[in-house]
Design a protein around this ligand. Structure first.
Ligand code: A2P
Length: 342
C-alpha cells in the first residue's frame, strides 16, 4: 500500500494533537509526518508513534520542500486562507478544518458517513472542507432519519465545550475555576469568551449576524443543507457551557412522514459510527464525560412528540475535538485514498 507525506498544520493545537492521535489509532499510511505551527512553536516537538517529531514553521514553501501529499489544516481560517493554496500548488490535497472554504461551491463539505460521494469533487480546488463540529455530530445522527422519513425542519440547541475555541479557551475555564476556589473569580479575566464561562452558560458563539442568529448558528443552517443535499429548515441556538470537551445537542426534528420512536431508535443505532445510549430508567443517556476520546457519536433520549406524530426529539453528544474535527478529517483522508485508489 502506498504511504503518504502528511503535514498537520496547527499540530500543537487542541485539534492538531488529536489528529496525530487518530492517525496513530487508525494506522494511517504515513511515510513522513511534518507537524507545522507558527514560529512560536517551531523547534519544539510533538509525539507520534512513541517518537518525538520536530515541529516546523509554516511557510509558503514548506509543502513543496517536504513533498507533501496530504495537508490537514487546523490553525484558524486566516491561516488556511493564506497557506492552503500553497499546499495545493505543491500538489497536496488539503483537508481543511476551518470555516474558510466550507461554503465555496467548488469545495466539497464532507462527513464521510453522510456524503462521501462529494469527495470526488476535490479536484475542483484541491481542497476538501471539514464541517463545523456541531454540524458533524448532528448530521451523523440524522442521516438515517433523513433516509427513512425525510426531514422538513430541525430545531437544535447546543451545549458546546470550551475546547471548541482552542487550548487557551480550556485554560481560561480552568483558571476561572481556580480563581473561584481562591475567592477571586470577580477579578478573573476573560479573553476567549465574551463573558465569564466558569459557572455560567453563554448563548453566544462567534459574532451576531444581521438576522439575529450568530455566525456559529448560521454555520449549522448552511452546512446542514450543503451536506444533506436538501432544503431543510434549520433553527439553531448555540450555547457555550463550562465543560472542557464534548459537545451536546438537544435536537427536535420534524419529519416529512410520521415517525415511530421505537423504529427510529433502531434506525439511528444502525447509522455508521453512531451509538444509541438510551435507557433513561437506568440513567443511561449520552453525556460529554462518556464521549471523551471516542470516535463515535452518541444518541439518546429518543422520544416522540406529545402533540405531533411526525416530530422526534433526541440528545446527541460527541467529542468535538475527535468526531467534530480530527476524526472526521482523518476519515475524509482515508476515503480520499480509497476513492482515488492511489
Ligand atoms: P502555535 O502553537 O505555534 O501557536 P488552538 O486551536 O488549540 O488554539 O491551536 C491553534 C494551532 O494553530 C496551534 O498549533 C498554533 O500554533 C497554530 N497556529 C496559530 N496561528 C498560526 C500561524 N499564523 N501560523 C501557523 N500556525 C498557527
Amino acid at each position: 500500500m502506498r504511504k503518504f507525506n502528511v503535514a498537520v498544520v496547527g499540530a500543537t493545537g487542541a485539534v492538531g494533537e488529536e489528529m496525530l492521535r487518530v492517525m496513530e489509532e487508525v494506522e494511517f499510511p504515513v511515510a513522513k509526518l511534518v507537524p507545522l505551527a507558527s514560529a512560536r512553536s517551531a523547534g519544539g516537538t510533538v509525539e507520534y508513534k512513541d517518537e518525538e517529531v520536530k515541529v516546523k514553521e509554516l511557510t509558503e514553501t514548506i509543502f513543496e520542500e517536504e513533498e507533501i501529499d496530504i495537508a490537514l489544516f487546523s490553525a484558524g481560517g486566516s491561516v488556511s486562507a493564506k497557506f492552503a493554496p500553497f499546499a495545493v500548488e505543491a500538489g497536496a490535497v488539503v483537508i481543511d478544518n476551518t470555516s474558510h472554504f466550507r461554503m465555496d461551491p467548488d469545495v466539497p463539505l464532507v462527513v464521510p458517513e453522510v456524503n462521501p460521494e462529494d469527495i470526488t469533487k476535490w479536484r475542483e480546488k484541491g481542497i476538501i472542507a471539514n464541517p463545523n463540529c456541531s454540524t458533524i455530530q448532528m448530521v451523523q445522527a440524522l442521516k438515517p432519519i433523513q433516509e427513512t422519513y425525510g426531514i422538513q425542519r430541525i430545531d437544535v440547541s447546543t451545549y458546546q465545550a470550551t475546547s471548541g475555541a482552542g487550548k487557551s479557551a480550556m485554560d481560561e475555564l480552568v483558571r476561572q475555576m481556580q480563581d473561584f476556589f481562591a475567592f477571586k473569580l470577580d477579578e478573573s479575566e476573560h479573553r476567549k469568551f465574551p463573558h465569564q464561562i466558569a459557572l455560567n452558560v453563554i448563548p453566544q458563539i462567534d459574532v451576531f449576524m444581521e438576522n439575529g442568529f450568530t455566525k456559529e448558528e448560521m454555520k449549522m443552517v448552511n452546512e446542514t443543507n450543503k451536506i444533506m443535499h436538501d432544503a431543510i429548515e434549520v433553527a439553531a441556538t448555540c450555547v457555550r457551557v463550562p465543560t472542557l470537551r464534548g459537545h451536546a445537542e438537544s435536537v427536535t426534528v420534524t419529519c416529512k412522514k410520521d415517525v415511530d420512536p421505537e423504529a427510529a431508535k433502531k434506525i439511528i443505532s444502525e447509522g455508521e459510527n453512531v451509538v444509541v445510549l438510551d435507557d433513561p430508567e437506568n440513567g443511561i443517556y449520552p453525556m460529554p464525560t462518556l464521549c471523551v476520546e471516542k470516535n463515535e457519536t452518541f444518541v439518546g433520549r429518543i422520544r416522540g412528540d406529545i402533540y405531533r406524530p411526525n416530530i422526534l426529539h433526541m440528545f446527541v453528544v460527541a467529542d468535538n475535538l475527535r468526531v467534530g474535527a480530527a476524526t472526521n478529517a482523518v476519515r475524509i483522508a482515508q476515503k480520499w485514498i480509497e476513492m482515488e485508489s492511489i
